[in-house]
Design a protein around this ligand. Structure first.
Ligand SMILES: [Fe+2]
Ligand SMILES: [Fe+2]
Length: 489
């Protein structure tokens, strides 16, 4: 069978030849009911009290091919019946390790013994984020602003579930008993749990409302993209192929975020214009229109951006250096970069706080890979903001959304011990405490948003605080019934 063809005869659709590997197939089949148990307990939940939520039909795309064109097919699916598949991008003939000590050697098809522990760790950390975000988003269906948005949420959720499958496949296929244990652990940790939290900070935070959801998919899924891009370069070919296919799905998650925030900004700007409100800080008047004021959007943006930057880890990291040197995790667009891909003598400028100011200090490039990936990430974040700001200027309002300074509100790395404003000004603790309510959402803001978040379940209608999308999804118009709740037809 060609490797781009998907086999549907096994419980998990796959293009990795599961039918020919009965031991692995059995191991994955044993994991399946545990995964479903987790999905029902921790996945999308309680659409409306009393309705058999798991029976809800959702207009979802399922991957039916790993080729670039026509890889997805849309249909009504009950989420627990979604075909979570194990799908790798087609192999590249004669692929070699693109960077590090083993650069130029044939890519590994089996785990290189010396790097087993390091590789397993990379896969587990990536794998842990996938179910975590599903857990963080599990109650959002209850407050969805439309069927269109609810469907997008569920699409993101089932695909994060598939990403978990992708990592669990690698663990079970290549890491024997250790891998099976890690696969169990991935279902045992819980986002935000005091005793068994998820591995990374931002994945233990709440996603309490839809503005948070859109900012999360814009900023935090984009961290996911950067990590996947770096792992897609891996000399361990199965990991590279897995990540390359995951990236195709990830693009939709960021689309949901970028357009979601954009539609909120658009709605606010237009409501202000129509009501003749010019001052963006006239929050009382603006909130009376049942839209989210721009300063609050900026505060929520500050929060999600800073939490996400912490995911990149310390600017200088020997772990990252080792993973690169070993050929396991590369840089963003590694193969397109014009250098020796080994970084033996090169340096990279890392922003630090020195003598009362920010300075760019050259450090060995091998040690600065986290800083570099973060810098690439920050640049990648810019596009959405430019589009969002256009809605504001189009409505004739004098306000600009912007990314806060990278040192703002950090808990990891170079700036963790400092208080820095979104504008990049160092302040002492007393000043910070007095002013942080300007920078980050407060309790009153959370209450305001909570009251706004009311579920809308008439096809084609949208909550007051968000504009409709320009077009529908999966070949359907905006007013399509993207979610069918049993007993309500
Ligand atoms: Fe993912
Ligand atoms: Fe994602």
């Amino acid at each position: 069978m060609a490797e781009s063809t998907i086999d549907y005869t096994t419980l998990m659709p796959n293009n990795v030849g599961l039918a020919d590997d009965p031991r692995l197939l059995r191991a994955l089949e044993r994991w399946y009911p545990k995964y479903l148990e987790w999905w029902v307990a921790m996945g999308p939940s309680g659409f409306i009290d009393e309705t058999p939520f798991q029976e809800t039909e959702v207009w979802l795309r399922t991957a039916v091919s790993v080729e670039r064109d026509g890889w997805a097919q849309f249909d009504y699916v009950k989420m627990p019946e979604y075909r979570w598949g194990i799908l790798l991008a087609p192999p590249e003939e004669g692929r070699t390790i693109p960077f590090g000590e083993h650069k130029g050697q044939p890519a590994w098809q089996e785990v290189p013994g010396a790097y087993r522990a390091m590789l397993r760790r990379l896969i587990v950390i990536q794998g842990d984020t996938e179910p975590a975000s599903v857990e963080q988003q599990r109650f959002l269906g209850r407050t969805a602003p439309s069927f269109y948005d609810m469907r997008n949420l569920f699409q993101v959720n089932v695909e994060e579930g598939r990403h978990l499958w992708a990592m669990v496949y690698l663990l079970q296929r290549y890491f024997g008993r250790d891998g099976r244990e890690e696969a169990e652990e991935l279902l045992r940790r819980r986002s935000g749990d005091a005793d068994r939290p998820r591995m990374l900070g931002a994945f233990n935070e709440e996603t309490p409302d839809w503005l948070s959801f859109f900012l999360f998919t814009y900023f935090t899924d984009r961290d996911g993209k950067m990590q996947l891009e770096a792992l897609a370069q891996s000399g361990f070919d199965p990991l590279s192929r897995t990540c390359r296919f995951m990236l195709a799905e990830e693009a939709h998650h960021m689309f949901v975020g970028a357009t979601g925030v954009g539609r909120i900004v658009k709605r606010t700007a237009e409501a202000m214009r129509d009501a003749g409100i010019e001052d963006p800080y006239d929050t009382e008047q603006i909130r009376a229109l049942e839209v989210i004021d721009l300063p609050l959007i900026q505060q929520k943006l500050n929060l999600h951006f800073s939490l996400t930057l912490d995911l990149f880890g310390s600017e200088e990291s020997t772990n990252a250096a080792n993973a690169f040197h070993a050929g396991l995790k590369g840089r963003y667009h590694e193969t397109a970069l014009d250098d020796d891909h080994q970084l033996v003598e090169s340096t990279y400028p890392v922003t630090k706080y020195v003598d009362g100011g920010f300075r760019e200090i050259d450090v060995p490039a091998l040690n600065a890979l986290n800083a570099r990936l973060r810098d690439d990430y920050v640049a990648d974040c810019g596009g959405g903001l430019r589009r969002w700001n256009r809605y504001i200027t189009d409505a004739g309002i004098d306000f600009e959304l912007s990314l806060p300074h990278i040192a703002f509100h950090r808990k990891v790395g170079e700036f963790a011990d400092h208080h820095v404003t979104p504008q990049g000004e160092f302040v002492d603790e007393i000043t910070w405490n007095a002013r942080s309510a300007e920078y980050l959402p407060g309790d009153g803001d959370k209450e305001f948003i909570e009251v706004l978040m009311q579920q809308v379940t008439t096809p084609g209608e949208f909550a007051s605080w968000i504009a409709p999308p320009r077009k529908g999804i999966g070949g359907q118009p905006v007013e399509f019934e993207y979610v069918q709740i049993p007993g309500t037809v």
